[in-house]
Ligand binder design. Structure first.
Ligand code: DGL
Length: 264
């Protein structure tokens, strides 16, 4: 039996597209509904209460849209509001972006791991807590990099603006001897090349979207949720229309996507 209900994915903006794109690549017969909360972006400098209010609303919306699984494609939402989101999702399969990554890196051969993320994620120390749950001996250094989301949302990737900001953040003294870096915000895979060029191959950059989607596949298989839609639909809801989102969504998913403004 196949289940052709859509997979729901959400983030504050374009960041979750890095996860949605990986879902499309590894699960090409699944319908996807994406919610980008561009009206309330960035989440990273908001309070836990505010992040919880926005993200539980979105989760309830995706459940009403008949999603068989919800992927919280946002580290800030995961680190601040996952319990409340879980309640809102009721018994629908819920995948977050931190626990699968933490588990994976905890069991690999790393010693000192750097994490860059939004202020709200770093202040929650979610990566430290999740990783140390599996391996207490790892050193985890977290750094807030709040300029990166606006730079990405405003379309300034691969420009002197992004280069300066990335170089300046990554020159953080405590990052000097890290062997691994986690891009602890779903926006950041979009600047992965620029991060890599600063470290020049010296530091391993963790591929979080791949790890998260493998976890999703594993859980969907276990729960008999896999679909077989020959020509799947990709429906994008935005709480505020932005050119950059439309451009990137079309680049990743093709021109035939459905793009709709939706206020919750
Ligand atoms: N992409 C999100 C994350 O993973 C949120 C970024 C933001 O809105 O500040 O944290």
């Amino acid at each position: 039996m196949n289940d052709n209900r859509p997979i729901g994915v959400f983030d504050s903006g374009v960041g979750g597209l890095t996860v949605a794109k990986e879902i499309k690549r590894l699960l090409p017969h699944e319908n996807i509904i994406y919610f980008g909360d561009t009206k309330h972006l960035p989440y990273g400098d908001k309070s836990k209460e505010t992040i919880t209010k926005f993200t539980t609303k979105i989760t309830k919306f995706l459940i009403k849209e008949n999603c068989k699984a919800v992927v919280v494609a946002c580290n800030t939402a995961t680190s601040n509001s996952i319990e409340e989101i879980r309640k809102a999702a009721k018994d629908t399969l819920l995948i977050d972006v931190i626990s699968p990554v933490a588990k994976k890196v905890a069991y690999e051969l790393h010693q000192k791991i750097g994490v860059i993320a939004t202020k709200a994620t770093v202040n929650s120390h979610a990566y430290q807590k999740y990783i140390r749950k599996y391996n207490r001996h790892l050193k985890v250094i977290e750094l807030a990099t709040p300029l990166l989301v606006p730079i990405i949302e405003e379309g300034f990737r691969n420009t002197p603006v992004s280069r300066h900001a990335i170089e300046s953040y990554l020159s953080y003294k405590k990052f000097e001897d890290i062997d691994t870096i986690i891009l602890g915000c779903t926006h950041y895979p979009l600047i992965e090349k620029e991060v890599n060029s600063v470290f020049q191959g010296r530091v391993k950059v963790v591929d979080s979207p791949l790890i998260v989607v493998n976890q999703l596949i594993h859980e969907m298989e276990k729960n008999n949720l896999l679909g077989n839609t020959p020509d799947p639909e990709y429906h994008f809801y935005l709480s505020d229309y932005t050119e950059n989102f439309a451009k990137l969504a079309k680049q990743f998913f093709g021109k035939s996507i459905i793009l709709e403004q939706k206020r919750l």
